[in-house]
Ligand binder design. Structure first.
Ligand code: T1G
Length: 694
């Protein structure tokens, strides 16, 4: 037996146990072990049936994603799947945890499936830019019907065992011990002379209802998965399932799976999968670093961010004090919290009981003194250094010496905020992204004095808030904003050079951004950007370039909130603002900038390469620990398309040499060092390095 598989007989049933932590992924040794075990079962005179079960936290959670960038090793999963189904002895999959991807495909190759009620199943390959490549697209429609199967595969959702049972994807829900329940189930089947149920033998038929279903989903996924490659291929496979014999259709599935696997989209999404798990492992912060007690939280500042941060903590079970020394602001904050919950309730995502339970943990006050016992204070007040600094000094005279004080600043340097404070080691940045109760990204900003226990505590809080916490060192704009400002700079420079907001936004959206840069600025508000730029008055020109938005702001055009900014807004429609074109022309004259036609290729190259170049500087200055931190930040906080992987992953896909040559060209064209290439990118090219192992 292989080290990851155990075969033992219990009451004449062969129990095949997989033990491949952390998630029993289908590595080569697991695939080999399963194959050997099935062959042994088939020859075993004692064993009347087989059970495939897993040790640890979950049933097989999928193929081993880390193997996809290497040549496939035998036995490939489709062969293992066929070996299981071909057995003449009934084989039962016993599911717990999350039986996903190749894991649930393995379960479907078994003749029966049982599960504990807490288990979840699914085929989430679409989230990795893939499709179920081990006959999942052929077996699932045979198991639960084409409609449910398509919904499972194009959503990538994890389905509760009870729901899967209702659909027939699971034959038995086991109460109590899973193995005991599976053995009982096996004996019942044997007693009833049950035979192996082989899904591949079930005939399928394409009818007019299925044709309409297919057509409707093709249209639907174009919106839901705009720009993605694999969702349409999933539909191709289901179409083949209904139109072709199993053996032919499964060959098409394998061909399309390999196309998806080789696509840059999937390589980017697979890298992002690992990067999002890497960020939780902070260098020089051992997993066993002691953490501080954290049972109560206070948020100071009841504005839009402060109230949404409050909701985030209430949703994670904390009691929260919301403090604002201005009664009107506090009332607004409370009503914003209630509005958020009401909307969740109206959408059926929150029951009345849960809504009231969360609000019951909210305490509001005008008095800072009321929070003297809390374990964590988050300030979310006006973005002004002096005001923030004074508040932090005041807070440290009120709270315990052990209380962590976090600032939600997006521009202030934490290393300046800790000056002249009682306990600088207790101060840290928690940079939330609007809307704070929905956005998963949290930039955890440490100063050069932040205590390790404070950092460990806050990274733990991020996990409890179900956020992706990325630890960054303090400095101008931390990592995300700093990189994003170069993207906005290029957009505004191209505006002066004659490209319109509509053209630039269209190119950005076609490339994969949910919104273009000018729509983003209008949505956030030109007043917000104006105050950021004012804060950065002395920052290098490559960040603070906003001639047109300055004129718009100062003439009262603040974006959506005033129905006009880079665009004109009327109800829900958006129109080009011709004033902007005229202002751009005037600004171009004023600054001696020649206007010209800029094609889509140059637009997207300048938008993206500006972020790549700045990302390399952020790496070089050790603001982040590795390129994955940057890609996780930009895809989770700034709309960088996930299937492009983030600036650093995309640079690998394009090739560093090409990126570098383009940056050098732009550096020649544009004065003021806004495009000067970082030394690190040249170094990496000379060493033949890339940001990720390919
Ligand atoms: N392959 C390799 N490693 C994996 C893995 C996988 N499929 N899934 C998880 N890990 C690692 C992860 O990197 C982390 O490692 C640890 O397990 C815990 O993960 C042929 C082609 C199962 C819901 O897409 O959704 O099958 O950081 O932190 O929050 O058709 O992991 O500890 O070193 O996420 O409790 C399809 C992906 C694959 C499921 C658990 N399967 N995994 O969540 O823990 S493609 C998936 C998840 C496929 C077939 C196709 C989650 C989870 P480390 P974690 P978690």
């Amino acid at each position: 037996m292989s080290p990851v598989i155990q075969y033992e007989i219990k009451n004449n049933i062969a129990v095949i146990s997989i033990n491949n932590p952390p998630v029993n992924a289908l590595s080569q040794s697991v695939r080999q072990g399963i194959t050997d075990s099935i062959h042994r079962l088939n020859q075993d005179p004692v064993a009347r049936a087989g059970i495939i079960i897993c040790v640890g936290r979950t049933f097989i959670a999928g193929a081993d994603i880390s193997e996809f960038n290497k040549p496939p090793l035998d036995p490939v999963l489709p062969e293992v799947i066929s070996t299981i189904e071909a057995s003449n002895k009934i084989i039962i999959a016993a599911l717990h945890g999350t039986a996903l991807g190749g894991g649930f495909e393995t379960a479907m190759a078994c003749h029966y499936r049982c599960a504990v009620s807490e288990a979840k199943v699914g085929l989430p390959e679409v989230k990795l830019g893939l499709l179920p490549g081990a006959s999942g697209t052929q077996r699932l429609p045979r198991l639960i019907g084409a409609q449910a199967a398509i919904q499972w595969m194009v959503s990538g959702e994890h389905i509760e065992a009870e729901e899967a049972f209702k659909l027939g994807a699971i034959d038995r829900i086991v109460t109590g011990d899973l193995l005991v329940g599976a053995l009982e189930f096996a004996n019942e089947l044997l007693a009833a002379d049950a035979t192996p149920v082989r899904l591949s033998e079930k005939k399928m038929l394409m009818d007019s209802a299925s044709e309409k279903l297919i057509a409707d989903y093709r249209e639907k996924i174009d919106k839901q998965w705009r720009g993605y490659f694999s969702p349409q291929k999933i539909i191709d496979c289901v179409e083949a399932c209904l139109n072709m014999p199993y053996d032919e259709a499964v060959k098409l599935e394998r061909k399309l799976f390999n196309q998806c696997k080789a696509s840059s989209h999937s390589k980017a999404l697979r890298q992002l999968f690992f990067s999002e798990r890497q960020v939780g492992k902070v260098p020089n912060l051992p997993r066993d670093t002691p953490v501080r007690e954290l049972n109560s939280v206070a948020v100071v500042g009841a504005g839009t961010m402060g109230s949404a941060i409050t909701v985030s903590f209430l949703n994670s079970g904390y009691p929260v004090y919301l403090i604002d020394q201005d009664e009107t602001n506090l009332d607004k904050g409370i009503s914003n919290i209630k509005k958020i919950y009401q909307s969740e309730f109206d959408k059926g995502r929150l029951s009345d009981e849960h809504l009231n339970e969360r609000l019951s943990r909210l305490t509001t006050s005008l008095e800072l003194s009321h929070i003297h016992k809390v374990d964590l204070v988050i300030e979310s007040i006006i973005e002004d250094f002096e005001i923030k600094h004074n508040l932090i000094q005041q807070l440290q005279t009120i709270v315990n010496p052990n209380t962590i004080i976090a600032t939600n600043t997006s521009t202030v340097d934490i290393n300046r905020l800790i000056e002249n404070t009682l306990y600088p080691e207790n101060i840290i940045g928690m940079h939330f992204f609007a809307p704070a109760h929905l956005m998963k990204l949290l930039e955890i900003v440490r100063s050069n004095k932040t205590g390790k226990d404070v950092l460990a505590t806050v990274t733990g809080v991020a996990k409890k808030l179900k956020k992706i916490g990325v630890v960054v060192n303090s400095g101008f704009g931390f990592a995300g904003n700093r990189i994003f400002l170069t993207y906005l700079r290029e957009a505004q420079l191209m505006l002066l050079q004659g490209a319109s907001p509509l053209e630039i936004d269209k190119v950005a959206c076609e490339w994969g951004f949910p919104m273009g840069p000018f729509s983003v600025m209008d949505l956030s508000g030109l007043d917000v950007f104006y105050s950021i730029y004012k804060q950065l008055e002395n920052a290098p020109g490559k960040y603070c370039y906003y001639p047109v938005s300055k004129v718009l702001f100062e003439s009262g055009h603040h974006g959506r909130k005033t129905q006009s900014g880079f665009y004109q807004y009327q109800d829900s429609s958006k129109h080009e603002n011709l004033q902007v074109i005229e202002i751009s022309r005037q600004m171009a004259d004023k600054y001696g900038i020649e206007q010209r036609r800029i094609d889509g290729e140059e637009i997207i190259e300048r938008l993206i390469y500006a972020m790549i170049n700045e990302g390399v500087y952020v790496l070089q200055e050790k603001i982040v620990s590795n390129p994955g931190d940057i890609d996780v930040i930009m895809t989770n906080g700034y709309g960088f398309p996930r299937y492009r992987g983030g600036p650093m992953c995309y640079a690998d896909i394009i090739g560093l040499e090409k990126v570098y040559q383009s940056i050098c060209e732009y550096d020649k064209q544009y004065p003021g060092n806004i495009w000067s290439p970082s030394g690190l990118i040249r170094e990496m090219i000379d060493k033949g390095e890339s940001f990720y192992e390919t």
